[in-house]
Write a protein that binds this ligand. Sequence first.
Ligand SMILES: Cc1cc2nc3c(=O)[nH]c(=O)nc-3n(C[C@H](O)[C@H](O)[C@H](O)COP(=O)(O)OP(=O)(O)OC[C@H]3O[C@@H](n4cnc5c(N)ncnc54)[C@H](O)[C@@H]3O)c2cc1C
Length: 339
Amino acid sequence: MNNILVYCELNGNNVAGVSLELLSKGRSLADTLGVQLEAVVLGSDLSAIASQVFPYGVDTLHLFEDSRLEYYTTLPHTSAICKLVDEEQPQIFLMGATVIGRDLAPRVSSTLKSGLTADCTALELGDYEDKKSGEKIENLLYSVRPAFGGNIVATIVNPYNRPQMATVREGVMPLCKVRPDDYVGNVVNHNLADYVSDSDFVVQILERHVQEQKNHLKDASIVVAGGYGVGSKENFDKLFTLAHLLHAEVGATRAAIDAGFTTHDRQIGQTGLTVRPKVYIACGISGQVQHIAGMQQSGIIISVNTDPDAPINAIADYVITGRVEEVLPKLITFYQQKI
Ligand SMILES: Cc1cc2nc3c(=O)[nH]c(=O)nc-3n(C[C@H](O)[C@H](O)[C@H](O)COP(=O)(O)OP(=O)(O)OC[C@H]3O[C@@H](n4cnc5c(N)ncnc54)[C@H](O)[C@@H]3O)c2cc1C
């Protein structure tokens, strides 16, 4: 049977969070299809990779280790992966919708003529009927993503070309370890020279400048988020005071960012970050679908809003009906006294 393959991206010597999320999803898809889950990693020191991916249910790990693969470059990755896909013939091939995934996936899919659904927010399996021929195909990958400016959610299928390729946004799939930390599966060490020609290394990285991560919203267990209803930059700064007390991070809606209350890197939602903290405190946020797309999987949602019928209240666990200007100082005073 044709398996599921996941491209695992590296941050230094660690597998990126989005790749582990994809392995978690890949495992459940593989179980439903009754096939195996394979992962591929390219890099210069891969000694620590196996122990990171096998707990997420990988059956076979393909490694390409070479000092020239220390940093990602397009051509060697494309050549190695296209040949590996030719050999392994996976039915589904997944990558993160990261900077690397957005560069690599189109290269690979156009070389393989497989098609690609980019920036998915969900992956499911389902059947498809070709209305013209009447042909029915079972267990296709449904690649789900917002379309037409976020006004609809499109489900895209690729009935005839293989592999079915998709890139998936970071943070939308829950992490799920399914095997013990010391589980060891099948490791295949590939000889890079059999896959990549020297001319693929025509681009050399001479210098690298990495910008520090500006916030830790993705990993925060508490997020205090503000919307247009916060009213001003001065009010918005109070969210940082509360966040500091709670060891939380500050997020924002697009409307709050457009109003100049905070910076763009804090935007949560369809065109921003996807977060799933244990607690999400939404202050002056109406809960439009584009915002909810990025936070609806939070554990506990607390809404502070003057409008008792604000749409966000429908998904909130606790609602405080009131003005942010009055509620926030009370919360700050409360936690200052408690902590
Ligand atoms: C293609 C596209 C992509 C988008 N992507 C995103 C995205 O990624 N993220 C995102 O957030 N948005 C996104 N948007 C914008 C989105 O549609 C909404 O416009 C935005 O989320 C609304 O932000 P808001 O809730 O802060 O503002 P509003 O909708 O204006 O809501 C303000 C809320 O504050 C309440 N309020 C007012 N005064 C107070 C007060 N004093 N105290 C307490 N509550 C008060 C009001 O009752 C209201 O509920 C996108 C839109 C499009 C078209």
